[in-house]
Design a protein around this ligand. Structure first.
Ligand code: NAD
Length: 734
């Protein structure tokens, strides 16, 4: 069986069906590209064929290009990977151009065969680019299906002609949400955006496409850019309107990406340059920019972390080989901010939820929080009233532990207090079935310690959500010393049900994410104390791709939480504790500047709670020094404190897989996504340079930058992290 097959019907319509055997979604491989070209040739050469319909044998049309293909081509191209990638891209252009021209005479634009695309469901990346090369696109009216070009989200851009075709169809400005933001649209929105021409009932999809093919004339199938006198909608760069668009778009991209995402800039350059030349030259320009982006280490790292490895983790790359542990009924202890959020995502995934708090009002408040989130969804058109009713009917808010009977998973999210948690654990274990898995959502307390409240520590585990639960995609699963395989599988299967991304780590102070993010916050505050201008600290962080500067992040998470963690850490660490930043944190707390929640922190806020700018009063206590460090020095301090902690976590066996370290960092705390994560960033820098930088930073700023032995050893041997630990199952550090 091949990925594409051709059957010509009695009316002379050649139906090319894309149906990759053994996959739930079609992805395009190099071999399949060659197959489809043969079928196109066959259909165009066959006099009995009047036109072509390209469709899918699955509910969806396509998930995109098999990104592993790009990695393979690069590897196979030896000394000149750029040439290999460029040739591959140009070959794709040639095939799709052949489809688009469909036998039309180059001089008269006559004599071609109409080609329609019948899209039954979700369609992304190269799937959409194939559709754009067709003459007319029909999509089934399925509101759950989405179509778009999301390449930019993994650090590349549409390189199968999509950039040139779509910008020429709608103009650079209108193309921006699809090309630059990677927005996926439902069929109706896609029709307004001209990604599809007709939205039809699913059962009529093929017949509508065939009917169009049989009635289309030459005039219907010549693309606008192949017609004489064609003008780019919205104007080319030298047209007054086009000029405004491109100047504005350039500023917008730099504002949004802070210049650290090469793909966004390349995409805009590509559209700009392509608009000035004939279409076939424009495709060559697209191929050159696309190759340049594929050769950029940031893009390869983003593809690896945000696409390949994220997906591998979601599919259970580190799941123990035990039977399915799907959750049917979850008990959530504590209906506060986290508990309510966890209840919401669980019920949303079809799981029955018992939401328990100490008082009925608190439990009801938790359920009301879920209702609020569903109402927001309704307002945005993402949730129906029916779905809301269904989700809410799955949540029982109560104080009665008896309701927990039959639960196969408990997620405890009560106060962060060992005593309170132990008591709740004991009481829960009295009423749940013996094989129920007990998970705690603690953010700071050791799992092994908390597991002592249970007689079955092998059934005890950490499932650490991030706030706000509905938005944050990472879930950190923490194994205590005695946690067993079934508990790990249960946690992973639960995370899969609620469609989030898991990482599995071992038990140690602050696990993985908080272990790295706290030093980032502390480094920012430390700089304030040293007299580094707060604006420099914040902007340096953002200019290197961190979503929030360390001071804003402190305001968001609150200074009193910082003080609480500082106190607890000091108690736990004793004399090893570094208290340099405590003075600043405690001083702010004493002054009532707790951050956003008190409308006052490192930033000033107006009465409505809107952030105004950095708080000038800070300079009274911590005057800005006359001499200010370089931007790069500040950025390296902020990034190195995080990545060195990640390396130590790997060295100590807290992290077992560098893929989890990278994916977890980006999804958990927004670590500079352009870099692909801490380990990818160190690979981009090169371990020898990274080790050298550690020495310099240690000399100037202290021992927290000391090069970990693992990094030093790798630097001495000239190894990279992905080179040493690999990218597949062999990426386990152990
Ligand atoms: P919260 O104060 O909003 O909620 C805690 C809830 O637990 C309250 O509703 C409280 O009434 C309830 N509770 C306390 N004792 C109880 C008992 N004996 N029985 C039943 N209910 C009880 O706190 P939160 O922010 O939701 O945090 C809960 C847990 O999640 C903590 O362990 C925290 O460390 C962890 N966590 C918090 C965050 C965050 O950003 N807030 C992130 C990750 C993990």
């Amino acid at each position: 069986m091949t990925d594409f097959t051709l059957i010509t019907d009695a009316d002379g319509v050649a139906v090319i069906t894309w149906d990759v055997p053994g996959k739930s979604m079609n992805v395009l491989s190099r071999e399949a590209f060659a197959t489809v070209e043969n079928l196109i040739d066959q259909a165009l050469a066959d006099d009995a064929v009047k036109g072509i319909v390209i469709t899918s044998g699955k509910d969806s049309f396509a998930g995109g290009m098999d990104l592993n293909t790009l990695a393979t081509i690069r590897m196979e191209s030896g000394d000149d990977p750029a040439q290999g990638l460029f040739d591959f891209t140009m070959n794709g252009h040639r095939i799709l151009r052949k489809l688009e021209r469909a036998g039309l005479d180059p001089k008269t634009n006559k004599g071609g065969k109409p080609v329609a695309c019948a899209i039954p469901g979700t369609c992304a990346g190269i799937g959409t680019e194939i559709a754009l090369a067709c003459h007319r696109r029909f999509m089934a009216d399925n509101p759950k299906a989405k179509i778009g070009l999301p390449e930019i989200l993994v650090g590349i851009f549409p390189g199968g002609g999509g950039t040139m075709r779509y910008s020429r169809m709608v103009g650079a400005m209108a193309a921006a949400p699809v090309l630059l933001e990677g927005r996926m649209l439902d069929p109706r929105k896609a029709k307004s955006a001209q990604l599809v021409d007709e939205v039809v009932p699913a059962e009529d999809l093929l017949s509508a496409a065939k009917a169009w093919v049989l009635s289309a004339t030459d005039a219907d199938i010549v693309k606008p850019w192949d017609q004489k006198g064609w003008k780019m909608p919205g104007g080319t760069p030298y047209h007054p309107a086009g000029f405004m668009t491109f100047v504005g778009a350039s500023a917008m991209i730099n504002g949004k990406t802070k210049g650290v995402y090469p793909a966004a800039k390349a995409l805009l350059s590509c559209v700009y340059e392509g608009a000035l030349v004939p279409f076939d030259t424009a495709l060559t320009i697209e191929a050159r920019w696309f190759t340049s982006i594929l050769m950029n280490p940031s893009s390869s790292a983003m593809i690896r972390s945000l696409f390949l490895n994220k997906e591998a983790l979601e599919k259970g790359a580190n799941r123990p080989p035990v039977a399915d542990q799907k959750v049917t009924k979850v008990g959530i202890m504590g209906a506060g901010m986290m508990g309510a959020g966890i209840a919401h995502v669980s019920a949303n995934a079809g799981i029955e939820v018992v939401l328990i708090d100490a008082a009925q009002e608190a439990a009801d408040r938790g359920k009301a929080h879920c209702e609020g989130l569903l109402d927001k969804g309704i307002k945005r058109g993402k949730v129906t009233a029916e779905k809301k009713a269904q989700v809410l009917s799955r949540i029982t808010a109560t104080t009665d532990y008896a309701a927990l009977s039959g639960c196969d998973l408990i997620v405890e999210a009560v106060f962060e207090d060992v005593g309170v948690k132990a008591e709740v654990t004991k009481n829960v274990l009295k009423v749940v079935p013996g094989d129920c898995i007990f998970a705690t959502n603690t953010s700071t307390l050791p799992i092994t310690e908390l597991a002592k409240a249970s007689d079955a520590p092998e059934q005890f585990i950490g499932i650490h959500f991030f706030s706000p639960v509905d938005k944050m995609m990472l879930v950190e699963i923490i194994k205590g010393e005695k946690t067993g395989d079934i508990a790990v599988a249960k946690a992973l299967d639960f995370v899969r049900q609620i469609r989030k991304t898991p990482i599995v780590v071992n038990d140690a102070r602050f696990f993985y994410a908080n272990r790295c993010i706290i030093p980032y916050i502390n480094e920012g505050i430390r700089m304030v104390k040293e007299g580094v201008a707060p604006a420099l600290i914040e902007n340096a962080a953002k200019l290197v791709g961190m979503p929030l500067g360390p001071l804003q992040l402190t305001d968001e998470t609150s200074l009193d939480l910082g003080a609480k963690i500082a106190k607890a850490t000091k108690t736990a660490m004793g004399s090893a504790y570094d208290d340099t930043v405590d003075e600043v944190i405690f001083g702010m707390v004493e002054a009532g500047r707790l951050g956003r929640k008190s409308n006052a922190g490192f930033y000033a806020y107006d009465d409505a709670g809107k952030r105004q700018g950095l708080w000038h009063g800070l300079a009274d206590t911590y005057p800005v020094a006359e001499h200010q460090p370089d931007l790069i020095e500040v950025q390296h301090r902020l990034l190195f404190v995080q990545v060195l902690e990640a390396v130590r976590a790997l060295e100590e066996g807290v992290l077992e897989d560098i893929r989890e370290g990278d994916v977890g960092a980006i999804l958990g705390w927004g670590f500079a996504p352009w870099s692909g994560g801490p380990f990818s960033w160190l690979d981009i820098l090169g371990t020898p340079y990274a080790a050298e930088r550690c020495d310099q930073l240690t000399q100037t700023h202290g021992a927290r930058f000391a090069c970990p032995a693992l990094l030093q050893e790798m630097a001495d041997k000239g190894q990279s992290f992905y080179g040493r630990f690999g990218t597949g199952a062999d990426s386990k550090a152990a």
